[in-house]
Design a protein around this ligand. Structure first.
Ligand code: IVH
Length: 651
């Protein structure tokens, strides 16, 4: 089970048991004392106890920790303290004892006072020096840090285990813990563990006076210290550091689950002291959880503009990646079956950053005995017609072309940014227009008048007039965007552009679809599936009627004179220098705007994409380039300046 899921379930159980102690059983997870040393390794006592850290789960809790620290140190509220932000590496803590500069003993954390002695295993970790690289090593030193397995090594280990039919490790931290407790050091060596040092204990007179200097000492002695640390003079700087790494951590090649904030000055650390289990001078700010458990309340379905039915799980609200989530897509009927979903199930929900929330899996052990299995409805919830599923297709669809849900979706698509881009026609208004039977097709939008619109809920004469003007203006939209706006299956913005470049009007396109579908399929990036979908759409009577109506209300559905000129110009340099290349733009370029740069690239046959991947050929980076630059560098993608780009495009 995911750690964050376990933590939340544990907290819920703990609260229930506290509210009603009779619920507490002797085998309850709350009664289990964690981390007792196993008998396979000998137990050793730590020279200095290994405490854990208190957690803060958001900004306010971090601020509350800081205010408490000021009070403990007897400082006035608002005083600035010298702090350090470090990444919290998600691995396993190790205690390393060096005597006269030589690694003598390595132990796990265990219960904090006693750990397991695993020296032979730790000796195989190449980033842990067996001998300190300083001239006059102290009599003894105790180094603490985190052993971990980098993400790519973790993936290899699991692939290997899968191949051999062995159980997979749930995450890199579990894999690391399992590896450290291997009986055969050769196996440990093969798993390529790594280690970041973060604390040291020396005889009092030799102890560096601050955490910052302690880290420098560790680096000099030959340890790897995580470079992503920052000395901060204010709490605001710490907040900034945390915000930065909440996003940037996804680019790191290893897992981190938070930021550890520490008071820098060791004398002040002593003054602040410890609680029962953790230092007062440090706190771990945990990054917002991306997975959490919730209870499934019901499953509803949404009908999209293509008629495809998407089941949606509705569950008790949970906080995920900084927002409250209560709905998640279930994709299709196959996915529901695969999850073996029941109403009342405890489900694991995942939402990472901007990604759409998803139900990852069900925890069947927590299923109520009377739970009923989820099935997709047989009828469209919007129009009542029977839903159909084509043999090999994953989607279930409503095929009634006058289904109000399909109509609403089609209207939303028509007015969306990449299509006709009509301002002032939001979902609520579209719903009213469809419900009242005022609009039965996209063409009907152009027949709406100001007086009628002004009479609708939440519309005034001003907004009505603006909308009529915006619709009128939209008739001038570029031909490829009108084509895209029709919402034909498989014809997204890129394909619409390719088709509109090759066929300058809907008539040309219809003629080609009729007479030589191959001439469409052969276009770069099109192919037979798209060509067939286009042919089917154009061959449908109702759609031909829609095209006629659109023409009658003033949409040309063809390239303007200027577009024709541009198309014939681009025909003549089919073999541009960037033909077949994918470029990504980031940061502010010195002289070109984004759209100018994009136009130049496309004119040279290149494609502009929004995100960097292995398929990216070039990243064009300007000022203040951020994560895309970092990612491009880590993938070895060639980075160009604006000058490099324009030089490439010189004839
Ligand atoms: S300082 C007194 N710094 O987090 C405890 N711990 O939840 C001092 N950890 O047991 C710990 N990265 O295993 C510290 N930069 C870092 C850390 C770190 C990861 C782990 C460590 C500790 C756990 C506490």
């Amino acid at each position: 089970m995911e750690d964050t899921v376990y933590d939340r379930l544990y907290r819920e159980l703990d609260q229930l048991e506290q509210a009603d102690p009779t619920l507490q059983t002797t085998d309850s997870p709350t009664q289990r004392v964690g981390g007792s040393p196993s008998e396979r390794f000998s137990s050793v006592e730590h020279r200095v106890g290994m405490l854990s850290l208190d957690n803060a789960f958001n900004r306010d809790e971090l601020t509350a920790w800081y205010d408490r620290l000021l009070r403990v140190l007897d400082r006035t509220a608002g005083t600035d303290l010298d702090l350090i932000g470090e990444l919290k590496i998600d691995g396993n803590a190790l205690a390393l004892s060096y005597r006269n500069g030589v690694l003598e003993r390595a132990a796990t954390r265990g219960d904090g006072t006693h750990g397991e002695e695993i020296t032979p295993n730790v000796r195989t970790i190449s980033s842990i020096p067996l001998r300190l690289q300083i001239p006059n090593p102290p009599d003894w030193v105790e180094v603490r840090g985190e052993a971990f397995i980098p993400d790519d090594t973790f993936a290899e280990i699991n692939t290997d285990r899968a191949r051999r039919g062995e159980a997979l490790f749930a995450n890199p931290r579990n894999a690391c813990a399992g590896t450290l407790r291997q009986l055969d050091p050769k196996v440990v060596a093969s798993r390529r563990l790594d280690f970041f040092a973060y604390t040291l204990h020396l005889p009092a007179e030799q102890q560096p006076n601050s955490q910052w200097n302690g880290l420098a000492w560790l680096e000099q002695a030959g340890f790897r210290v995580n470079p992503n640390r920052r000395r901060c003079q204010t709490l605001a700087e710490i907040h900034q550091f945390c915000d930065h790494w909440d996003h940037a951590r996804h680019q790191l090649p290893y897992a981190t689950d938070g930021v550890v904030v520490k008071l820098n000055d060791l004398a002040l650390q002593d003054e602040a002291g410890f609680t029962q289990k953790a230092p007062r001078w440090a706190i771990a700010l945990k990054f917002p959880a991306e997975e959490a458990p919730s209870r499934l309340l019901r499953v509803t379905v949404q009908v999209g503009r293509t008629g495809a039915v998407t089941p949606v799980a509705e569950f008790e609200p949970v906080a995920l990646a900084g927002t409250s989530v209560s709905r998640a897509t279930l994709h299709n009927a196959d996915r529901i079956a695969e999850l073996d979903l029941h109403i009342g199930d405890t489900v694991v929900v995942r939402k990472a950053g901007e990604i759409i929330p998803e139900v990852v899996r069900v925890l069947p052990d927590l299923r109520p005995s009377d739970a009923v299995s989820v099935r997709l409805p047989e009828l469209c919830p919007e129009c009542g017609s029977t839903l159909v599923r084509d043999g090999d297709e994953a989607a279930t669809r409503c095929v009634n072309s006058s289904c109000p849900a399909i109509l609403r979706g089609g209207l939303r698509h028509w007015v969306s940014k990449g299509a006709l881009d009509v301002d002032g026609l939001g979902s609520k208004l579209i719903e009213q227009l469809v419900d009242r039977g005022l609009v039965r097709s996209v063409a009907d939008l152009y027949r709406l008048d100001t007086a009628l619109l002004a009479s609708l809920d939440r519309m005034g004469s001003k907004s009505a007039a603006n909308l009529v003007a915006a619709l009128d203006q939209s008739k001038q939209t570029a031909w490829h965007r009108q084509l895209y706006g029709l919402g034909i299956r498989h014809i997204g913005e890129v394909n619409a552009k390719a088709l509109a470049n090759a066929f300058l009007s809907i008539e040309d396109l219809s003629a080609a679809a009729n007479e030589s579908p191959d001439s469409i399929a052969e276009l770069h990036g099109i192919g037979t599936e798209i060509s067939a979908s286009l042919g089917q759409w154009l061959g449908t009577e109702a759609n031909q009627q829609l095209l006629n109506e659109l023409r009658s209300v003033g949409l040309a559905l063809e390239a303007s004179a200027a577009e024709r000129d541009a198309a014939s110009a681009s025909q003549s340099d089919q073999d541009g220098v960037l033909q077949g290349k994918t470029l990504v733009l980031t940061g502010t370029l010195p002289s070109l705007s984004r759209s100018e740069a994009k136009a130049l690239i496309e004119a040279a046959g290149g494609k502009v994409s929004g995100s960097v991947s292995k398929k990216t050929d070039y990243l064009v980076a300007g000022d203040a380039a951020g994560s895309k630059l970092t990612k491009a560098e880590s993938l070895g993608v060639t980075v160009l300046s604006e000058d490099d780009l324009t030089a490439m495009l010189q004839p």
